[in-house]
Design a protein around this ligand. Structure first.
Ligand SMILES: [Zn+2]
Length: 492
């Protein structure tokens, strides 16, 4: 016989169970949100274990392809598994309904310190990018450089770029390098810090190689930390002598540091200096050397790059704006030269929108070939992900959503007006998507953007700092550049 008591007891138990279930849901929800909670400066979000649930996954892994309704299991910064209906009881659930999941973008050449001088390139030769960036740069303190890097990183993460190349060429002293590296550590994105030169580096001198060695020892001694890697960014044989380049390359290879340098920015330079052929002659090409731009080149140059598997970094928006030429992406691909994509400098190109960069690459190539079928969106997306990883020598760790690789991925909403309706996912990413569609950005298993908000950067402080730096640098530069139209430019 069931007594009233026991019935009440049963109901009570059932209610208690229901409450517990609700409470555990709430706790789980709470703890899932905490994956992307805003942190105090210097504190990175915890990695945890979670499943990105029900996304349209563009893995960029040729074996895995595209997975509709796919799940991604991440634990301690590693992609553990990909598939449908994954069930891992202890993992937190991150809903990704109506979202496209894909590897974070990997960019390979960005003068990040200059981000605080965004759009400062004036309309004349006296006030244009090259003059103005040099003029302003000399008044930057280490803190100003750091502010530029932080602003650039905020924009990178905001727009889905999970790996940047900080092509650092305003290093006026060792403390500048330290200040920039500290910002990378504090923000938490993946980065190559490419130690470059400054206007203080004499024309017939190498980079401060001793300080590069000091930086490597001080900041990069943990070889397990692949979030931040070191390289060098010398001026190269088109702006410096090949003898200097040989010394720099020899140093880099002895210290196992990758190299990046500008090349082929004008046809005249190519004819006069023949930089690629000079590098080839001394064995200075190779997969450890990223050549930037190369928009002007010879057939012989392309052959040498292909033979030595030397990647190029193309930044279509600055190449167009500076008049380096119309980015000849197809000519590299046909010659089998590895291609990666980059921002270069927002002083000139205005923003760091990798969606726009990809769209430009597809549209420029189709235009050059006078064909709708010049290059596919899939191929362009490869350049922005796996080929970027290859260019940086990081393809074993990032560049595709593959079990065993680090969890660098982005979630893009498909319910925003510019994305409707859902059709061909790769076209949607390359031709329609914008940074504002990005819901989440995960680097090394950490949410650096969640629900559209950055978790490791104080945006109010960032805006204040950027305005403060450029205001002061402009005032000082006005005195220095007086008579060149600088004052007119700065008082608009
Ligand atoms: Zn550059």
């Amino acid at each position: 016989m069931m007594s009233k008591m026991s019935r009440r007891g049963f109901l009570g138990t059932a209610t208690a169970l229901g409450t517990m279930a609700l409470a555990s849901c709430a706790a789980r929800e709470e703890s899932t949100r905490s994956l992307g909670a805003v942190r105090a400066p210097g504190q990175l979000p915890r990695r945890g274990e979670f499943i990105v649930k029900n996304a349209h996954v563009l893995t960029m892994d040729p074996k895995l392809g595209e997975i509709a309704g796919g799940d991604i299991h991440v634990r301690d910064g590693v992609i553990v598994a990909l598939g449908r209906d994954l069930s891992v009881p202890q993992a937190e659930i991150v809903r990704a309904d109506n979202m496209i999941a894909l590897p974070g973008f990997i960019e390979t050449h960005w003068h990040m310190w200059g981000a605080v001088a965004r759009n400062m390139a004036g309309p004349t030769e006296n006030t244009g990018y090259f003059y103005i960036s040099r003029l302003l740069g000399q008044f930057f303190t280490p803190e100003d450089n750091a502010r530029g890097v932080r602003l650039a990183l905020a924009e990178a993460i905001s727009s889905g770029i999970t790996t940047v190349t900080n092509w650092s060429h305003n290093l006026l002293g060792p403390e500048y390098a330290d200040a920039e590296i500290k910002v990378h550590k504090e923000v938490g994105g993946r980065a190559r810090f490419a130690y470059g030169y400054s206007r203080k580096t004499p024309p017939d001198a190498t980079l401060p190689l001793e300080d590069v060695a000091r930086v490597q020892k001080q900041w990069f001694s943990d070889s397990n930390d692949k979030l931040l890697t070191l390289g060098i960014a010398p001026r190269g044989p088109e702006t410096n002598s090949i003898e200097i380049a040989r010394k720099e390359w020899a140093f880099a290879r002895e210290y196992r540091l990758p190299i990046t340098t500008h090349m082929g920015t004008s046809l005249e330079r190519v004819k006069q200096r023949q930089g690629i052929q000079a590098l080839a002659k001394f064995g200075l090409l190779g997969p450890d050397v990223v050549l930037v731009h190369v928009t002007n080149n010879s057939a012989e140059d392309l052959k040498l790059l292909a033979e030595t598997k030397t990647p190029v970094s193309l930044s279509p928006y600055t190449e167009l704006r500076t008049g380096f030429g119309i980015t000849p992406v197809g000519s590299f691909l046909r010659a089998r030269v590895p291609v990666s994509l980059s921002v270069d400098t927002t002083i000139l190109c205005g923003n760091a929108d990798m969606f726009a960069i990809m769209k430009a690459m597809q549209n420029i190539e189709d235009g050059l070939q006078k064909s709708e079928f010049g290059i596919t969106s899939q191929r362009v997306l490869e350049m922005a992900t796996i080929d970027g990883a290859r260019a940086l020598g990081l393809a074993d760790d990032i560049g595709s959503l593959t079990p065993g690789k680090r969890a660098d991925l982005i979630l893009v909403r498909t319910t925003d007006v510019n994305m409707l309706p859902f059709t061909i996912a790769t076209n949607m990413i390359v031709q329609s998507a914008q940074p504002s569609n990005i819901d989440a950005v995960i680097v090394d298993g950490r949410f650096l953007k969640r629900d559209g908000k950055l978790t490791t950067i104080d945006m109010v402080q960032l805006a204040r700092d950027a305005a403060d730096t450029i205001e002061r640098a402009r005032k000082e530069a006005s005195k220095e550049g007086a008579g060149r139209g600088i004052n007119e430019l700065f008082t608009r």
